[in-house]
Structure formats: structure tokens, C-alpha cells
Design a protein around this ligand. Structure first.
Ligand SMILES: *[C@@H]1O[C@H](CO)[C@@H](O)[C@H](O)[C@H]1NC(C)=O
Ligand SMILES: *[C@@H]1O[C@H](CO)[C@@H](O)[C@H](O)[C@H]1NC(C)=O
Ligand SMILES: *[C@@H]1O[C@H](CO)[C@@H](O)[C@H](O)[C@H]1NC(C)=O
Ligand SMILES: *[C@@H]1O[C@H](CO)[C@@H](O)[C@H](O)[C@H]1NC(C)=O
Ligand SMILES: *[C@@H]1O[C@H](CO)[C@@H](O)[C@H](O)[C@H]1NC(C)=O
Ligand SMILES: *[C@@H]1O[C@H](CO)[C@@H](O)[C@H](O)[C@H]1NC(C)=O
Ligand SMILES: *[C@@H]1O[C@H](CO)[C@@H](O)[C@H](O)[C@H]1NC(C)=O
Ligand SMILES: *[C@@H]1O[C@H](CO)[C@@H](O)[C@H](O)[C@H]1NC(C)=O
Ligand SMILES: [Cu+2]
Length: 570
């Protein structure tokens, strides 16, 4: 029995639903961004939070809702908030990325953000999109089927639980970023991975607060898994329990039963868990998938949480740990990613663009730039400063205006429209030894302009410049179909023959594998200014990003909406 705030009592499941409907009745939320003191790994520091919570509050809506979030900055830093995976039809004004769609909300200021849900159903999340604040400023968005509609395309789960995977630094995260900018080298490795904000029993000073999920034997739980880590792709699994994936990034999938998942920074997965084992304690665990060779730059520690069955039994003293692939197991990482399929049936039709009208082939590269600090020596290879690029363009954000404002107000000189559709130079992208001369990118603020409703295909080609690694590339304002990926150089004759145009997964982030390529398709039917970037935070900082400007269509319903009155000024 649970007690509701208004004094009524109810049974557990019913109560859950009632609480839910009470909460989602409110379309107005208040996010106060402020510092709060948190202790992890035996040390205490102030972190930036929303409403003092880490992870932050969960937003619950029904499919197609429009809500408002008043973001009030009571912290010391500039902030913006992004609603990851929310399409925001014709309304990039509250999308959030700093200097792309808005200037930051300064300390003391606030911004009432309108969030327009449309087709999304499942799990998404919100996070800060300025500097590195998203390390602690993030939370779940749960989008349930609207009552009276068909509901879930799977049996109604008995309960739903956000599982937010993260990364924790003992150091101030702003300091980690400043150091990265100052030294030009790799960022400091995080000190722990976390599950719902907790490192778990395998880390020092963590046991008493380890996240525990209490379950009843025979029931089914919907885990809403989010990778909120800054830099790392993660594996996740639960001892003795299979996972059944039913959704990716706010869209349903064909159910996929697996012993582990791979999830990149920014991605979300809806997973059904059947509590079908002997009542006891079992670990759930998360560890890194990384291609970094130097172990100094990778933390191979494991975050844990506990799955605890209700009932009368003597709990095992050391619960079993689940199998997790090794940290360098690229095959396992991409085996899972490649197994995902859209649900794609009569009730959930999908519309993969077939006649492509706008085609982009973009390399995805790490790079180096001359150091240019006082000592003329940085911590990148051979004293250089690390950088990153798309088609050899390392993107530089404006610093005193947002690109959206410049576009809307027709202010010249803020950005160019020459993001290339093709790499400037063709080479063996995935060769082991590439000439250093290729490493230095161009720096600039070049966007790609797309006609309204064009059918777009983007081939991302990873390169081994500086070091090959995987890149989770995220596009704002759209989800795209991942129609194919592979290792080596993209073969324009052979590879398209294997595209999945029937039931490819619909995602907000595509994983471009190490020494490999990936292809996405989408219809450019959402006019506005939309950021595209690698969701590994250091790659974003180094310039692996660009902007799509999708032009207006002809009818009034196909045009960018006007800005709200309180867009933060620079
Ligand atoms: C990994 O995390 C542990 C535990 O917090 C920490 O002691 C260690 O320094 C980290 N390793 C690296 C390579 O940063
Ligand atoms: C982590 O790396 C250290 C050093 O390479 C090794 O001794 C340890 O066994 C590794 N731990 C795991 C869980 O892989
Ligand atoms: C992964 O790392 C282990 C030891 O660190 C090594 O023996 C193994 O060859 C590596 N596997 C791959 C696929 O690189
Ligand atoms: C220059 O080098 C000195 C000594 O190695 C170091 O303390 C200082 O931080 C460096 N300056 C910069 C800008 O990297
Ligand atoms: C560093 O520079 C030397 C000499 O120019 C070159 O041979 C070497 O390949 C460079 N190393 C890297 C990691 O770029
Ligand atoms: C590109 O480099 C890879 C790795 O060295 C090699 O296996 C492949 O044959 C090369 N491709 C071409 C076309 O040279
Ligand atoms: C990128 O552009 C720079 C400047 O034009 C050039 O030196 C470099 O070789 C280019 N690299 C690639 C991979 O195209
Ligand atoms: C905060 O944002 C304002 C407006 O864009 C900018 O002028 C200022 O430099 C920013 N402050 C910091 C510390 O980045
Ligand atoms: Cu990347």
C-alpha cells in the first residue's frame, strides 16, 4: 500500500498509474538550475543540478503532448537545456544547443521552453547543451501511449523504471573541460561509471547507496535505459536475466532478446525484464566499450546496481555478476547494434525514403591543429592540439549570436553555406598509416542547406586519421533510419545492395564503427536550424559537428514558427 499526497490509499500497481496520471496532468514544469553538494567515491563536491537532483527530475508525457519547462538559472555558469530526440516540429527555438539555436541562459536569467512532442513514444532524455554541464544536468523523458489509443505493442509491463547510465569525475567537470582546452590533449578519464547516479558496490564508499530495483517474481518491468555518459559507449547486462529490447530512441523495435546491450552516449533503449529467476539478489552491471589502446586513457571499472526479489529467502552474500563483453570487443558491440530492427507492421508503418534527392558523403575524423599556446607544446600527438571534423571541416561556433537567430533575422557574416557534400580529398580512409599532412582540418562555420522535404541520405565514413574510433553521430530535430553500416571503406557499388530499406531502426544517433562507415536516411520535413554532432563530448568540443538549415516549404504549415518572446539574448 502506498499513501498519496491527498491522503487516498491504493494498491501498488493501481497507485503507480494514478500517480502517473496525476503527474502528467501538469503541462508546466519548473527547472531550477543550481549547485548542490554530492558525495561519491569518498569525496564531496558541488555539482550543477536541476532542482538539486542528480540525476535530474523525470518528465512524463503522453504521445503528442506539448509542455512548458521554465528553466531558471540560479547557478554560476551559463546553461542551456536540450530535449534529446524530441522533433520539435518547426520550432527549433527551444531545442537548446548553445550558439546554434539560442544564446545561453545567463546566471540569474530564465527561459520558458516549449517542448512539442509528436510521433515520439518510449524513452528520450533531456540534458544541458552548453560546455560540459550535461555530466550532471540530465534526466529521463518518458513518453507513454496516449490513453484511448492502441497502447504498447507488447504486454503492459507491471512497472517502469528509468536506468540512467553515467560517468562521474571526482574533479569539477568544468575543470576537466578547461584542462582539455588548455592542454590540447585527451580529457581526464572519469573515476567511475554510474547507474542512476551511483557507482555501486565495486567502488569505494558506494555500497550503502547502490541503486536497488525491487521486483516481484513473475512480473515484467520496463527498463528505460539512457546512456548519459559524456564520452563512453557502454555495455549493460543483468546476471541470469535476458533483456528484451522493444524500443530505441523513442520508437518501437521488433522485440530483440539478448544477454547484453551496447548503448552509446545519448542513446536510449526500452528493455523488458522478466523477473523469472529464483527470488534472490542479482547484479546489473555496466562497463565500457572502447577502442583506445593506451590503458591510461580508459577506465575498465564496472558500475553495478542490485536486482532484489521480494519474498522470504536468505539473500546470497555475493550476488552473481553478469557477463559483459570485454572492453575492446568490437564484434560484440556491433553485433547487438546490427540486430536492431524497427517494429514496422500495419499498426506501426514506417516510411524509409527510397528516392534520394540529397546525398552527402562525410568523413568523420580526429585531427590535429598547431598548438599555439605559450609553450608551443600541447599534449596531442607530437605536441599538437587535438581536433575533429566532418569532411575536413572543424566547426567553430559563433560566440555572440546563435545561428538560428542569424538565419531568421537574415544577419550576414555569421555562417557560410558551404559545408561540402563530399570529402575534399579521397584516400584509403581506414588504412593503418595515414600521412600526417592530412591531419590538419579547416576551421570554419559552414552549414548545409537542405530544401524542404528533400529525401536525404548521409554516408558517414570513419577515418583512421590520428586514431580510428567509433563515433555516435546525433542529428537534432529528426530521427533517421540507419539503413546500413560496415567495416572498412564504404563501397558505393556493393554496400547499398545490402541496405535494409524494410525495417531499419529509427534512431537519434547512428554508431559509425571504428574503421568503418554507416548510412542514414531521413526526409527533411522539419524546417529550421538543426545541429548535428558527435555525442562523445570531447569530439563535440574538438569540432566534430555541423548545422543543417532546412528551408521552409510553401504552405504556412511548412514554415518555421516565430520565436518566443524570451529567447535568451547574448
Ligand atoms: C578508474 O577509476 C578508478 C576508481 O575510481 C580510479 O581509481 C582510477 O584512477 C581510474 N582509472 C583511470 C585510468 O583513470
Ligand atoms: C582492469 O585493468 C587492470 C590493469 O590493466 C587489470 O589488472 C584488471 O584486471 C582489469 N579489470 C577488469 C575488470 O577487467
Ligand atoms: C583485447 O584486449 C586483450 C588484452 O588487453 C587482447 O589480448 C585482445 O587481443 C584484444 N582483443 C581485440 C579484439 O583487440
Ligand atoms: C608551459 O609549461 C609549463 C611547464 O612545463 C607549465 O607549467 C605550463 O602550464 C605550460 N603552459 C601552458 C599554457 O601549457
Ligand atoms: C611525429 O613527428 C615525427 C617527425 O615529423 C613523425 O615521424 C611521427 O610520425 C610523428 N608522430 C605522430 C604520432 O604523429
Ligand atoms: C586500405 O587499408 C587497409 C588497412 O591497411 C587495407 O586492408 C586495404 O587493402 C586498403 N585498401 C585499399 C583500397 O588500398
Ligand atoms: C584538410 O584541409 C587542409 C587545408 O586545406 C589540408 O591541408 C588537409 O590535407 C585536408 N585533409 C583532408 C583529410 O582532406
Ligand atoms: C555566457 O554567455 C554570454 C552570452 O552569450 C557570454 O557573453 C559570456 O561570455 C558567457 N560566459 C561564459 C563564462 O562563457
Ligand atoms: Cu566522435
Amino acid at each position: 500500500m502506498l499513501r498519496l499526497r491527498n491522503g487516498t490509499f491504493c494498491l501498488k500497481i493501481f497507485c503507480f498509474q494514478l500517480l502517473f496520471s496525476l503527474r502528467s496532468a501538469s503541462n508546466d514544469h519548473l527547472f531550477v538550475v543550481k549547485e548542490a553538494s554530492y558525495t561519491r567515491l569518498c569525496s564531496t563536491k558541488n555539482i550543477l543540478t536541476v532542482n538539486g537532483q542528480f540525476p535530474g527530475p523525470t518528465i512524463r508525457v503522453f504521445t503528442g503532448d506539448t509542455i512548458f519547462v521554465e528553466v531558471s538559472n540560479e547557478g554560476k555558469e551559463n546553461i542551456t537545456i536540450h530535449w534529446h530526440g524530441v522533433r520539435q516540429p518547426r520550432y527549433p527555438w527551444s531545442d537548446g544547443p548553445a550558439y546554434i539555436t539560442q544564446c545561453p541562459i545567463k546566471p540569474g536569467a530564465s527561459f520558458r521552453q516549449k517542448i512539442i512532442f509528436s510521433e515520439e513514444e518510449g524513452t528520450l532524455w533531456w540534458h544541458a547543451h552548453s560546455d560540459w554541464s550535461r555530466a550532471t544536468v540530465h534526466g529521463a523523458i518518458i513518453i507513454q501511449p496516449r490513453p484511448g489509443t492502441a497502447g504498447y505493442p507488447f504486454p503492459e509491463p507491471n512497472a517502469e523504471v528509468p536506468i540512467i547510465l553515467g560517468e562521474w569525475w571526482k574533479q569539477d567537470v568544468t575543470e576537466v573541460r578547461n584542462e582539455l582546452l588548455r592542454t590540447g590533449g585527451l580529457p581526464a578519464t572519469s573515476d567511475a561509471f554510474t547507474i542512476n547516479g551511483q557507482p555501486g558496490d565495486l567502488y569505494p564508499c558506494s555500497s550503502s547507496e547502490t541503486f536497488t530495483l525491487t521486483v516481484d517474481e513473475g512480473k515484467t518491468y520496463l527498463l528505460r535505459i539512457i546512456n548519459a555518459a559524456m564520452d563512453e559507449m557502454l555495455f549493460f547486462s543483468i546476471a541470469n536475466h535476458d533483456l528484451t529490447v522493444v524500443g530505441t530512441d523513442g520508437a518501437y523495435t521488433n522485440p530483440l532478446t539478448t544477454s547484453y546491450i551496447t548503448i552509446s552516449p545519448g542513446q536510449t533503449l526500452d528493455v523488458l525484464l522478466q523477473a523469472n529467476q529464483n527470488p534472490n539478489l542479482y547484479y546489473m552491471a555496466s562497463s565500457v566499450y572502447s577502442t583506445v589502446v593506451n590503458l591510461d586513457f580508459i577506465n575498465n571499472t564496472t558500475a553495478t546496481a542490485v536486482l532484489q526479489y521480494n519474498g522470504n529467502y536468505t539473500p546470497i552474500s555475493s550476488p552473481p555478476l553478469p557477463y559483459l563483453p570485454s572492453r575492446n570487443d568490437t564484434n560484440s558491440a556491433f553485433q547487438f547494434i546490427g540486430s536492431l530492427r524497427s517494429l514496422a507492421n500495419e499498426d506501426h508503418p514506417i516510411d524509409v525514403p527510397l528516392d534520394i534527392t540529397s546525398s552527402i558523403f562525410s568523413t568523420v575524423s580526429l585531427n590535429t591543429l598547431p598548438c599555439e599556446n605559450d609553450n608551443n607544446s600541447c599534449e596531442g600527438p607530437n605536441g599538437t592540439r587535438l581536433a575533429a571534423s566532418l569532411n575536413n571541416q572543424s566547426f567553430v561556433e559563433p560566440s555572440s549570436i546563435a545561428i538560428l537567430e542569424a538565419y531568421y533575422e537574415r544577419i550576414n557574416g555569421v555562417y557560410g553555406e558551404n559545408f561540402p557534400d563530399f570529402p575534399p580529398y579521397l584516400f584509403n580512409f581506414t588504412a593503418d598509416d595515414l600521412p600526417m599532412i592530412l591531419q590538419i582540418p579547416k576551421q570554419g562555420t559552414e552549414v548545409k542547406v537542405l530544401d524542404y522535404d528533400s529525401a536525404v541520405e548521409i554516408n558517414f565514413q570513419g577515418t583512421n586519421l590520428v586514431a580510428g574510433t567509433s563515433h555516435p553521430i546525433h542529428l537534432h530535430g529528426y530521427s533517421f533510419f540507419v539503413v546500413g553500416f560496415g567495416f572498412g571503406n564504404f563501397d558505393e557499388e556493393k554496400d547499398p545492395l545490402n541496405y535494409n530499406l524494410i525495417d531499419p531502426p529509427l534512431r537519434t544517433i547512428v554508431d559509425v564503427p571504428i574503421s568503418g562507415w554507416a548510412t542514414v536516411r531521413f526526409r527533411a520535413s522539419n524546417p529550421g536550424v538543426w545541429f548535428m554532432h558527435c555525442h562523445r563530448e570531447e569530439h563535440l568540443t574538438w569540432g566534430m559537428k555541423t548545422v543543417f538549415i532546412v528551408k521552409n516549404g510553401e504552405s504556412p504549415q511548412e514554415r518555421l514558427l516565430p520565436p518566443p518572446p524570451d529567447v535568451p539574448p547574448c
